[in-house]
Unconditional design. Structure first.
Length: 431
């Protein structure tokens, strides 16, 4: 492990140095270092994974996706017979057409490349969102971009060759379009709704547990007296149309609906299931108890979603971010490293409006001390994996007092993050 890290760091430093040496004099490059540096960091994590596996890709998650695409051509009515497939049929159809026709190894690399391109595009979309949120200086935007392009969760998305980069990219694209349209004060037309709702429904196909975000998005611009008016009904109709057209297999094979719901109700088939991420190394519960918690968590998230929908004073990106905070603590699948990059990236947006951009140097650190502390707590979460690398050299630490500190790290860092958020909000209200 340590050898791989040293090799990857060396390659990263060489790549970074060569890039700077060759391009630093070109203005177009120096003007976009806030994008180039995070892109290089993401590339480093992708390369680090490839070095670890000697460029031989295999992921259990991707294997499920690949088999679901094959199953569409074999017998689509038995799609959910594919072990581990708990997504909407639209996702399997996508794989059936574009990925699964290729041999498994080739398909793995194709999807890995798609993930890598998505990861780079995420950096660009996130930067555009920061600009629309009035973060003017590139160095300030780099402070946020460097966080979302580094760490253990970035590595996990490449390791599992999962779909969450695509989901994240779609969410950012939709938010960016919303912010841009609000800024130029332009009316939304039919084409706008078709694109945004179509993409959102497709993202839900890959991540059904984010259905709450779709509800928040649909009702964001709808007041109480507009819930059943003509314009609102048109929006609902577009969403329904998009869902039916993308998941037409539900119409052809109605039994798939029950199969899908059964899979959602059994998120863990093993006897001991992971709990929320900050407690997963302390607590494992039975599958039966997890079902009860899933129901309770769903009720809590439903209430939070209703509260966010009813509050018309909060912007759409803030609603997504507040929901992300809630999902971190009571999310049904919040134990998954594959979701945490998305969730914490949204949480970062809560800090943006409180960034004091008018000061420099020591004054910048003083005026933004609480904000910086919050960002550093998220950096800590991003860079701390399941077990510290130090365990490889000193395994005896696993059985000492150090292990308690290790397992408390998530809670400790989350507390710092929450205190920081509360602090900057209270400071804004008092000023």
């Amino acid at each position: 492990m340590i050898i791989y890290i040293l090799i990857s760091v060396l390659i990263f430093l060489i790549t970074f140095s060569v890039s700077l040496f060759a391009l630093i004099k070109k203005k177009i490059i120096t003007d976009h270092l806030n994008l180039i540096i995070p892109s290089i960091c993401t590339s480093f994590w992708a390369l680090y994974y490839l070095l670890q596996v000697n460029f031989i890709l295999f992921s259990l998650d991707f294997d499920v996706f690949y088999k679901s695409g094959k199953q569409i051509w074999i017998d689509a009515s038995r799609l959910y017979d594919v072990s581990g497939f708990r997504y909407l049929p639209s996702f399997a159809v996508l794989f059936a057409v574009f990925i699964s026709p290729f041999p498994f190894t080739t398909a793995s690399y194709i999807f890995f490349i798609i993930n890598y391109i998505s990861a780079i595009l995420i950096i660009f979309e996130y930067d555009k969102i920061l600009i629309l949120m009035n973060v003017k200086k590139r160095t300030h935007r780099l402070m946020f971009l460097i966080i979302i392009s580094n760490g253990y969760f970035v590595y996990c998305l490449f390791f599992w060759n999962q779909t969450k980069y695509l989901v994240f990219l779609i969410f950012l694209f939709i938010i960016r379009r919303e912010l841009h349209l609000n800024k130029i004060e332009k009316e939304k037309n039919l084409n706008y709704y078709l694109i945004n709702y179509g993409l959102f429904v497709f993202a839900i196909g890959m991540a059904p547990f984010f259905i709450f975000l779709l509800l928040i998005y649909i009702f964001h611009d709808i007041n109480y007296n507009e819930i059943i008016n003509r314009e609102s009904i048109k929006k609902y109709s577009i969403v329904v149309l998009m869902f039916i057209s993308q998941n037409f297999l539900f119409i052809l094979y109605p039994s798939l609906i029950l199969d899908f719901l059964e899979g959602i109700n059994h998120p863990q088939r093993n006897r001991q299931a992971y709990f929320v991420f900050y407690l997963r190394e302390w607590i494992r519960i039975s599958s039966d108890n997890l079902k009860i918690l899933t129901i309770l968590f769903t009720i809590v998230l439903s209430i939070i979603t209703i509260i966010l929908i009813k509050n018309n004073k909060i912007k759409i990106e803030q609603k997504f971010s507040y929901f992300a905070v809630a999902y971190l603590f009571v999310g049904v699948f919040s134990y998954s490293d594959l979701l945490l990059l998305i969730l914490f990236s949204f949480v970062l947006l809560l800090f943006v409006p409180h960034l004091n951009q008018d000061v420099k140097g020591i004054e910048f650190l003083k005026c933004n001390s609480a904000l910086i502390m919050g960002l550093l707590s998220i950096v800590g979460i991003f860079f701390i994996s399941h077990e510290f690398i130090i365990y490889e050299s000193y395994p005896e630490l696993k059985y000492g007092f150090f292990v308690i500190i290790d397992k408390l790290r998530w809670i400790f860092l989350l507390i710092i993050m929450i205190i920081s958020l509360i602090s900057i909000h209270l400071k804004k209200e008092s000023s």
